[in-house]
Design a protein around this ligand. Structure first.
Ligand code: ZN
Length: 481
């Protein structure tokens, strides 16, 4: 903690979630505001979470996808080759127009808002024949998008970190398979590591990624009742292949355009991690992603100090393989330390005093529900591991229960508005597929269609809840972050 930071959060999460979020991420030292508006500094504690996400996701994709690094600047002429990318990102692109001694550049350079326009020409160079397909590459990098609306650490920032995977395939079927595979990996990452259940779906036509044929999304419902887009996977069809000449020669020596995909997950994912699990005391980090899984807090008087600290080290040995830390800050009271680690969301606290040392026991306190139990030193490793698993399961289950209770159905415009406003969460309603119908809801209550579920059949004989014309699919309406 820096000296001018008050330790605790001063608002109730329930009462003012927006202020709570800002205090939680800054006081827990995940991020700090940067000198420029809309930018953030990701602090070491926040970066460790991102690195854990990165490590787990790399493990999921590494058998098929290698990491590479592409320039952060993209020449205007390349960005302009695919018209939808230009139109889609134009209002958010930051440009470099001057550099070095010579001053003004002959061609201005875009700070990448996404890298299709840089990676597509690379693919065009590398792909020759059908034997080069599928072609896959991923990069972990920073992205700049000049957001006009109010920015907030992690949730909406002008610069963020992400991974962007780019792939090329022989046909649309294989491209679709790729898109679904990566979407399923995002689902797995959220559910198995971040303990956040997600819904998988398709974005409406008018809300697709610029240049994409299809955009798939994973959506997570936050306890505030708002949905957050948590990762997207795009089938780009042949748009980019045609704009950048990504061709391959097939078995009959004929040239064909490839089908390309891109898929991304960003540091925005740390926003829902805080929002979904946190409480008024601070963060509650799911154990598999927490930088520190168990914090050991020694409690001693001067005369018992040595004995207690020795015992803590013994315990640390028992906890090999679990990410632990001993809080050695001598000048702080146990109460202060408890508050600090609660704020930082460490899933499990282990209290060690002279009594524990003497009885060869340890006291475990869960961050999420504050359950306390005393276990023997020799079984501490196993018990801590088991408790961390339980915490993960409980965090996940709580959100799943909440989400399942917050998928409402509506058949009229009034009902959509009423249920979103009063009952929060998602409202599932038959929809004709037209943007105008979504716009009516958006204008009235700032809710939008976050996705069309994948598993649902096409509707027959039902009418759009908004315009009354023939409905095609059910759409999920919600307020969003
Ligand atoms: Zn309609």
């Amino acid at each position: 903690m820096t000296k001018d930071q008050e330790l605790g959060i001063t608002v109730d999460k329930e009462k003012n979630v927006s202020e709570w979020f800002t205090q939680a991420v800054t006081k827990a030292e995940l991020a700090e505001y940067a000198p420029m508006k809309g930018f953030m500094i990701i602090e070491p504690y926040g970066m460790k979470i991102w690195e854990n996400i990165k490590e787990n996701f790399n493990e999921m994709i590494e058998d098929e996808v290698d990491n590479a690094s592409f320039p952060s600047l993209i020449p205007e002429s390349l960005l302009e080759k695919e018209k939808d990318i230009v139109e889609g990102f134009d209002p958010e692109v930051a440009w470099v127009t001057e550099a070095g001694k010579d001053g003004e550049l002959e061609e201005k350079l875009a700070v990448r808002p996404t890298s299709e326009s840089m990676i597509a020409p690379y693919m065009s160079k590398k792909i020759r024949s059908y034997r080069d397909l599928p072609f896959r590459v991923n990069q972990w990098c920073n992205i700049v998008r000049w957001e006009a609306t109010d920015t907030r650490p992690f949730l909406r920032t002008r610069e963020f970190l992400w991974q962007e995977g780019h792939t090329a395939h022989r046909n649309n079927e294989k491209a679709h398979k790729e898109v679904m595979k990566r979407l399923n990996q995002y689902e797995k990452l959220y559910e198995e590591f971040l303990a956040i259940p997600v819904l998988k779906g398709k974005k409406p036509e008018h809300d697709k990624f610029p240049g994409a044929e299809v955009t798939m999304t994973v959506e997570a419902l936050m306890p505030s009742g708002r949905s957050i887009q948590s990762g997207t996977s795009h089938n780009l069809g042949q748009q980019f292949a045609k704009a950048f000449d990504i061709e391959y020669e097939d078995e009959n020596q004929e040239n064909n355009y490839c089908y390309t995909c891109s898929w991304g997950l960003s540091t925005r994912s740390i926003g829902p991690l805080a929002l979904a699990h946190g409480d008024s005391q601070g963060l509650v980090l799911p154990p598999r992603i927490a930088p520190i899984q168990a914090v050991i807090v020694p409690i001693f008087q001067e005369e018992s100090k040595e004995e207690v600290l020795d015992y803590c080290r013994e315990l640390e040995d028992e906890l090999k393989g679990i990410r632990t830390e001993i809080d050695r800050e001598d000048h702080r009271s146990p109460g202060y330390k408890f508050n600090k680690w609660e704020l930082k969301g460490v899933p499990l606290r282990i209290e060690i005093g002279p009594n524990e040392a003497e009885d060869r026991e340890v006291t475990l306190v869960r961050r999420d529900n504050r359950d306390k139990k005393i276990v023997k030193l020799e079984e501490a490793g196993q018990k801590v591991e088991g408790t961390l698993e339980e915490i993960h399961e409980d965090l996940y289950q709580n959100l799943l229960d909440y989400r399942d209770k917050h998928i409402h159905e509506a058949v009229s415009y009034e009902e959509i508005l009423e249920k979103i406003e009063e009952e929060k969460g998602y409202v599932k309603a038959p929809w004709c597929g037209r943007e105008e119908c979504e716009a009516e809801v958006k204008d009235e209550i700032h809710a939008e269609i976050v996705m069309v579920p994948l598993e649902d059949e096409e509707l027959e004989g039902e009418n759009c809840a908004i315009c009354g014309n023939k409905a095609i699919k059910n759409a999920y309406f919600a307020k969003t972050y």
